[in-house]
Design a protein around this ligand. Structure first.
Ligand code: GUN
Ligand code: ZN
Length: 513
């Protein structure tokens, strides 16, 4: 990376982007490590021009339109205002430089929007690849509930919050819907670490009011479930700016899944959500993940709650016969993980209410959950974002999750087999994630006016990727060659290639965590 600060009397031009090296300002624009306080935002006085190969999904397309919205600018300029907003995204030689522009030349590196992980479990940071001897319910019982119980220890909670946040930075996950710990102290550590890093987060403590013995330490009384969730919302929702429209720290109501809560809890959470919905609070949980006949999650929900479909339990219809028992938890700020085994009626209801899916193919492979049917789910019109589901998933990197999506959907049987376009993969890991978080107007791509969340991906730092990009066969057709390059980039990228991570124009500093 070269940093050039052009002389104010000699504005930068494409041909002469300035000379004086000024790494102290451009390379570290106001992200001083200052644990316990928010990173200073937009403290620079000049625009910053990041030069590199830009790829993003412009505008506001559907996933089916992503290929025509794919933008590739081989020598691009991503210009960011002092406030951290995107001012220009285009060819470097079309840039109208202003006096004082600071040019950061990333050479052959790629500039991509920050990844959005729509479903990741903070308390499972150390449980990737935990052997549970079975599918979802055995794995939860044998591995996950005992592991999550350890976050009751404040020292452990602080360490795991830092490690989780560093894992996010290493993977370029600038925004995430984070399934939280049952323990408020651990959630405090998570929000504090996230604030120090300057990342975006939506999270809430995992709510459990019933379950097996192994889950006992994670369970609370009915009244504590509501009191603790309400307290978390009051303490952390938009705690950084005081305004949910500008905040990076936001909260969610997070019942673990239907099997972890009672009808009384579902009724009380519906009441609570009705009160806080207008404050921009989210809902996050799991739906239709495991359908092992008779003893799997889906059948147990239907048997125990006597409902027509699993979704009804989150839609206020959780009483026997799917009778209405309370308010719905569905809506534009509700993200449901997995949705592997949905009926058409469930998908239609999600689309109708603006509820989104966090699609987690890496985890579905690991837990033997099956595959969310891609075409059928897309056709239903539901927003599909990607989730790592760590630790059910064993990859933090959303581009790897996109790669697993490609692999599982091309392996769907018969007519259902589909080869995702690389633009759909990029879309699912960036703009669709922002849409699922109801934050598409703020980030997710490089449209002018958005907050500048981006990654500098330097293939030189991961030689297997660099070699593929340099030597791989490319079509004579430039558009096909572009698609081949993006595909190789997404499939071949690993954490070491993620050289720099920016949120709202500020460089994220792992040492500040
Ligand atoms: N369903 C309920 N809890 C969990 C969890 O922790 N991980 C996954 N993958 N599914 C769940
Ligand atoms: Zn999960």
């Amino acid at each position: 990376m070269r940093v050039n600060a052009p002389d104010v009397t000699s504005p930068a031009t494409a041909a002469n982007p300035g000379t004086a090296a000024n790494p102290g300002t451009a390379a570290n624009p106001g992200t001083a490590a200052n644990p316990g306080t928010a990173p200073i935002r937009g403290t620079g006085t000049h625009r910053r021009v990041h030069r590199g190969r830009i790829m993003h999904i412009a505008g506001s397309p559907t996933v089916s339109e992503a290929d025509s919205a794919l933008v590739d600018i081989p020598d691009g300029a991503l210009v960011i205002t002092a406030e951290g907003l995107i001012d220009f995204c285009g060819p470097f030689d079309e840039l109208s430089a202003l006096p004082g522009d600071v040019v950061v030349d990333h050479g052959d590196a790629f500039l991509l929007p920050g990844f959005v992980d729509a479903h990741v479990h903070f308390p499972q940071t150390y449980e990737l690849n935990a052997y549970g001897g079975g599918q979802l319910l055995e794995w939860l019982n044998n591995c996950i509930f005992p592991a999550e119980s350890r976050l009751a220890d404040p020292v452990f909670a602080r360490t795991i919050a830092r490690d989780f946040t560093r894992a996010r930075i290493a993977a370029g996950t600038t925004a995430a819907m984070v399934f939280g710990s049952a323990f408020p102290l651990a959630q405090d550590e998570l929000f504090e670490a996230t604030r120090r890093a300057g990342l975006r987060i939506v999270s809430g403590r995992g709510i459990q009011t019933q379950g097996p013995d192994s889950a006992a330490p994670l369970m609370t009384s009915e009244s504590d479930a509501i009191a603790l969730t309400t307290a978390e919302i009051d303490r952390w929702h938009a705690a950084d700016t005081g305004n949910p429209d500008t905040a990076r720290l936001l909260t969610a109501i997070v019942p673990r899944f239907t099997l972890s809560v009672t009808t009384q809890t579902l009724a009380a959470l519906g009441e609570l959500y009705a009160q806080v919905r207008d404050r921009g609070v989210y809902v996050h949980t799991h739906l239709n993940e495991n359908n092992r006949p008779g003893t799997g999650e889906v059948d147990l929900v239907k048997q125990l709650f006597d409902v027509e479909c699993y979704l009804d339990t989150y839609d206020g219809k959780f009483l026997p016969g799917s009778a209405v028992g309370g308010e719905s938890l569905l809506g534009r700020r509700t993200v449901l993980a997995h949705c592997v085994h949905c009926t058409d009626a469930e998908l239609a209801r999600m689309a109708e209410t603006g509820t989104s899916i966090a699609h987690c193919p890496t985890s579905q492979l690991f837990l033997g959950s099956g595959t969310m049917p891609w075409n059928r789910t897309v056709d239903a019109g539901v927003t599909i974002a990607l989730g790592s589901d760590c630790g059910g998933g064993d990859e933090w990197l959303i581009s790897k999750v996109a790669g697993d999506a490609y692999k599982v959907h091309i392996s769907e049987p018969g007519e259902a087999s589909v080869a995702m376009h690389p633009a759909q993969m990029l879309f699912s890991g960036t703009l669709a994630g922002a849409r699922a978080l109801d934050a598409e107007s703020r980030f997710g791509n490089f449209d002018v006016g958005k907050e500048a969340d981006f990654l500098v991906i330097d293939p030189q730092q991961w030689p297997p990727l660099e070699r593929m990009l340099r030597n791989g066969v490319r079509d004579d057709d430039p558009q096909r060659a572009r698609d081949q390059t993006l595909f190789a980039l997404l499939m071949g990228m690993r954490e070491p290639a993620i050289a720099e991570v920016y949120v709202g124009g500020d460089k994220v500093d792992a040492d500040a965590v």
